[in-house]
Write a protein that binds this ligand. Structure first.
Ligand SMILES: Cc1cc2nc3c(=O)[nH]c(=O)nc-3n(C[C@H](O)[C@H](O)[C@H](O)COP(=O)(O)OP(=O)(O)OC[C@H]3O[C@@H](n4cnc5c(N)ncnc54)[C@H](O)[C@@H]3O)c2cc1C
Length: 550
């Protein structure tokens, strides 16, 4: 195995995360289900980054904690973000200093805690003739950024330097730019990593289990009723604390205790373009010619992603959101000024994805003026963790456990250590994605798994490991969240599906009819949620916007 894939492999994994214990296979699912109907300290509803963070924090305190996700881990916003771990310059520009300060601190902490999975990302803000006001606004915002970081940086670069940094940028009228630093991640893998660390610390987590109702005693929430979506069986769990970490869906559970709606579901969409059409060595912030919003253009996993939009979605969907034709046009328009020479069109788009932000409504007119801060509410014993960002999940988890503390027993055993000390994580791609389990991923790989999957940085070793150990219930789980092959390869990775099918048969025992069903459901999902919507489809011209709240 090349040094780029993993260095310092630890056969069998780090002592704290024995691979056998973390094998999320059907046996593990049965064992976990069989102990569900007992008394828990914490039941977490929702398997996005918020739920994963709460589960890990609770498990590390030695609490009996279980997480239940109705679809798949990271199925919601947490696999559909722009994948930035960032302070958020644009929040600072809108005066959200608290959110930015917290985010900058968390960004730097995550780069240290999960190096490689959260990696530094240089960003350029190009400036053209007639943008002096913008230059001044962003220079002063970056000054404030430096103050929050406690470090001074040289941000201003001249036009010549900008041309060297980002050669495809339009040269006419280019005055220079501002350079700064953020970080980026693979959001779904971050959720998985946090979840597996939570399970390694004694927590339990099940996907495809829906919380259908809340149990109540003396007017307080004291547990949940659940349905196993794979088998239809049902169970009731009692808990000292139920945490509602259902993101944009939070008002649904809150409605069951009579709490008024407070969430504002805001849709954001992205495009992914191939690197050979849109090569970038650093992220670039561009401005929408339609409304002046900033849109990020980011090199990610050997491709270039563009996003995001910011549109009131109205009702939260039961199914998966998708980009509208108008959003695709909006994002392409953002590229047409600064990257005109590349002549990018919808035909270049490899995939799209859309997510619903769990924004706490303050009544702001424009959705992008709403704060990206988080809130924790206790309503009749139900603790809701709402809002926030991927970047700040650890802070939200701490706030949830602080609010839960009065209802929790003193942990019966010593808190688990907070994870391997910095530097113990094996280096390289597998180390970044699988942490201390990288050695086990490598040990499970067959000789031929050492190849990359088509033109992506993903190896077949990762695909095999995910199938064997990461609770994959469907082809969609594998292609869209455990790996990102469905987004990175054209047509959802149709070119590699035969080999994926052979691995599914080997690792999961799927027969020909199961594979045919999975493949057809997956193809339908790619068409509906990850392709450029056909222009002739009935699409509202406003991209599905609904009126903003008064
Ligand atoms: C377009 C977009 C771009 C973004 N970009 C960034 C970014 O670059 N950086 C950043 O820091 N943040 C970003 N964010 C914000 C970030 O992605 C979200 O704040 C975060 O992912 C929310 O996580 P969550 O766990 O609260 O919600 P989700 O990830 O949505 O998870 C909620 C989960 O609850 C489950 N659920 C719902 N009801 C039930 C039930 N009854 N039973 C069981 N499970 C249930 C859902 O299936 C879902 O998986 C972005 C968000 C969007 C939408």
């Amino acid at each position: 195995m090349g040094r780029d894939l993993v260095e310092h492999a630890v056969p069998g994994g780090h002592g704290e995360f024995p691979a056998a214990r973390l094998r999320w296979d059907p046996d593990h699912r049965e064992r976990t289900w069989s102990r569900l109907e007992s008394q828990w300290d914490v039941v977490v509803v929702g398997g996005g980054i918020t739920g994963a963070g709460v589960l890990r924090a609770a498990a590390r305190l030695g609490l009996r904690a279980v997480l239940l996700e109705q679809e798949d881990f990271a199925w919601g916003a947490s696999s559909r973000s722009t994948k930035l771990v960032h302070g958020g310059l644009r929040y600072l520009a809108r005066g959200q200093v608290g959110v930015t300060r917290e985010s900058v601190r968390e960004r730097d902490a995550l780069v240290r805690e999960v190096p490689g999975l959260v990696a530094p990302l240089p960003v350029l803000l190009p400036l053209y003739d007639g943008q002096a006001a913008r230059w001044l606004a962003y220079r002063s915002a970056l000054g404030a950024y430096d103050a929050l970081e406690g470090r001074l940086h040289r941000h201003a670069v001249d036009a010549q330097e900008v041309r060297l940094l980002v050669p495809p940028l339009r040269r006419r009228g280019l005055r220079g730019g501002l350079r700064y630093r953020e970080a980026q991640t693979d959001d779904a893998r971050l959720v998985l990593r946090v979840l597996r660390e939570a399970v390694g610390a004694g927590g339990a987590a099940l996907n495809a289990v829906r919380v259908a109702g809340l149990l109540r005693r003396d007017g307080r929430v004291c547990g949940v009723q659940v349905v196993d979506r794979l088998t239809g069986r049902e169970a009731e769990l009692e808990a000292a604390v139920v945490v509602n970490a259902t993101g944009a869906w939070a008002d649904r559970l809150r409605g069951q205790v009579g709490a008024p709606a407070r969430m504002r579901p805001v849709r954001g969409s992205h495009l992914l373009l191939p690197e050979w059409r849109f090569p970038l060595a650093m992220a670039v912030n561009v401005v929408s010619p339609r409304d002046g919003r900033h849109v990020s253009v980011v090199p990610w996993e050997g491709a270039t992603l563009v996003g995001t939009t910011d549109i009131d979605h109205g009702e939260v969907p039961d199914g998966e959101p998708c980009a509208s034709a108008d959003e695709v046009d909006y994002l392409l328009e953002c590229l047409q000024g600064p990257f005109r020479s590349l002549e990018l069109t919808a035909a270049d788009v490899v995939s799209t994805w859309s997510g619903i932000r769990p924004v706490v409504s303050s009544g702001a007119v424009a959705s992008w003026d709403e704060s990206r801060g988080h809130a924790v509410w206790e309503e009749e014993g139900l603790l809701t963790a709402a809002g926030g960002k991927l970047t700040t999940f650890r802070v939200l988890a701490r706030d949830v456990l602080a609010a839960a503390a009065p209802h929790l027993p003193t942990p019966g055993r010593a808190p688990a250590p907070a994870g391997p000390p910095p530097g113990v994580q094996p280096a390289g791609r597998l180390g970044a994605r699988f942490g201390a389990e990288a050695g086990a991923v490598l040990a499970a790989a067959h000789e031929e798994d050492r190849e990359f999957v088509a033109a992506t940085p993903t190896t077949w070793a990762e695909v095999r490991w995910s199938l064997r150990c990461e609770a994959v219930n469907s082809l969609q789980d594998l292609m869209l969240r455990r790996t990102r092959l469905g987004l990175l390869l054209p047509f959802g990775g149709a070119e590699v599906l035969d080999r994926v099918g052979a691995l599914c048969a080997e690792e999961l025992g799927w027969d020909a009819s199961r594979w045919a069903r999975e493949r057809s459901a997956y193809a339908a999902r790619i068409r509906a949620s990850h392709s450029v919507p056909p222009r002739e489809a009935a699409q509202p011209a406003d991209g599905g916007r609904v009126p903003a709240p008064a």
